[in-house]
Design a protein around this ligand. Structure first.
Ligand code: PBG
Length: 324
């Protein structure tokens, strides 16, 4: 049976009917808001490459995280921008460092907020790579101890969840083992499991001052061409103890999100990264796209592909729009 018997437009005729026929929902519950946190007091530094985003000192972070939480967003993820960098990124596991202090303040002031921390040394190393460098190579096993110490310092400060984003092999097992041994078996791991070597991180690297000073990240982040390998990455992180697995970036990799959803029972997160955000912002500023609609359309598409959770710089605006 087909036309004229079947008329799919029937269920599109009014807003009420469209709401009833809608297959995918986007709610503030699905969102995680990223924040960049810096040393100092009363700092609110606009990020040129990411309109509407700032580097915030802890006092402002508390304000802005409180605002997104009040709009119904359950969680934030923190990126630290340290005052000091060195060859191995040792400031990354300083218990008095910027991220532990931010975590402490957030858990103290907004106890109901889920605080996630990015675990990776690239913002803390002079060379900008995500691990220990020797003779121009990014070493794997030698990088794990730093990640363990970094994750532990965040857990000790009160983080609910740590999110390794470095793409070293074996880091989830290393971090899980360390956290368990130190009494933090309740701290969960959100693994950047399938993280691709993407140009869409460009604006973030300006925001976090984390561009590699030589070479690129192709020896540890994934080749954009590979779907089967992405599933192996996710499988390994699941075996190693990840609680939530992430695909990153989101929009150019919706097929990976879809495949991950079909293959695993763990919650799937997707990261709508800085470049995805800034493209929409830039086009909207020129009047080429309707920003609100582009934001909501991309977010619902990421949900439709199968992501339970979306890390997005639009978290506050989207939660506001969903409430309105
Ligand atoms: C690494 C990290 C990066 C992002 C999140 N964690 C940068 C990179 O791998 O170069 C990118 C996030 C974004 O682009 O929004 N610490």
């Amino acid at each position: 049976m087909a036309f004229p018997h079947d008329r799919l437009r029937r269920l599109r005729a009014t807003d009420g009917l469209r709401r009833m026929a809608r297959e995918t929902r986007l709610s503030a519950d699905n969102l995680i808001a990223p924040f960049f946190v810096v040393e100092g007091q009363d700092v609110r530094q606009p990020i040129g490459s990411m309109p509407g985003q700032w580097r915030l000192s802890v006092d402002h972070l508390i304000k802005d995280a409180g605002d997104v939480h009040a709009l119904g967003v359950p969680a934030v993820i923190l990126f630290g921008i340290p005052a000091l960098k060195d060859e191995i990124g040792s400031e990354a596991w300083n218990p008095g460092g910027i991220v532990p202090r931010a975590v402490h303040a957030l858990k103290d002031r907004i106890p109901g907020l889920v605080v996630i921390t990015d675990v990776c040394v690239d913002e803390y190393t002079t060379h900008g790579h995500c691990g220990v460098v020797r003779n121009g190579r990014i070493l794997n096993d030698e990088s794990l101890e730093g990640l363990q110490k970094m994750a532990l310092s965040h857990a000790r400060a009160g983080a609910d969840m740590v999110a390794p984003s470095d793409m070293m092999d074996g880091r989830v097992r290393a971090i899980r083992g360390k956290l368990d041994a130190e009494g933090f078996d309740q701290v969960s791991i959100l693994a950047y499991a399938a993280k691709f070597a993407s140009c869409f991180y460009g604006p973030f690297r300006e925001a976090a001052d984390s561009s590699p000073k030589f070479g690129d990240r192709q020896s540890y982040q994934m080749d954009p061409a590979n779907l089967r390998e992405a599933l192996r990455e996710i499988e390994l992180d699941v075996e190693e103890g990840a609680d939530i697995v992430m695909v990153k970036p989101a929009l150019p990799y919706l097929d990976v999100v879809r495949a991950a959803r079909a293959a695993f029972r763990h919650p799937i997160a997707a990261y709508q990264v800085s470049g995805e955000y800034s493209m929409i912002k830039a086009a909207a500023q020129r009047g080429w796209l309707d920003e609100r609609r582009a934001m909501l359309e991309t977010l619902i598409s990421i949900r439709r592909a199968g992501a339970d959770l979306i890390l997005t710089y639009f978290a506050k605006e989207a939660a506001g729009a969903l409430r309105a």
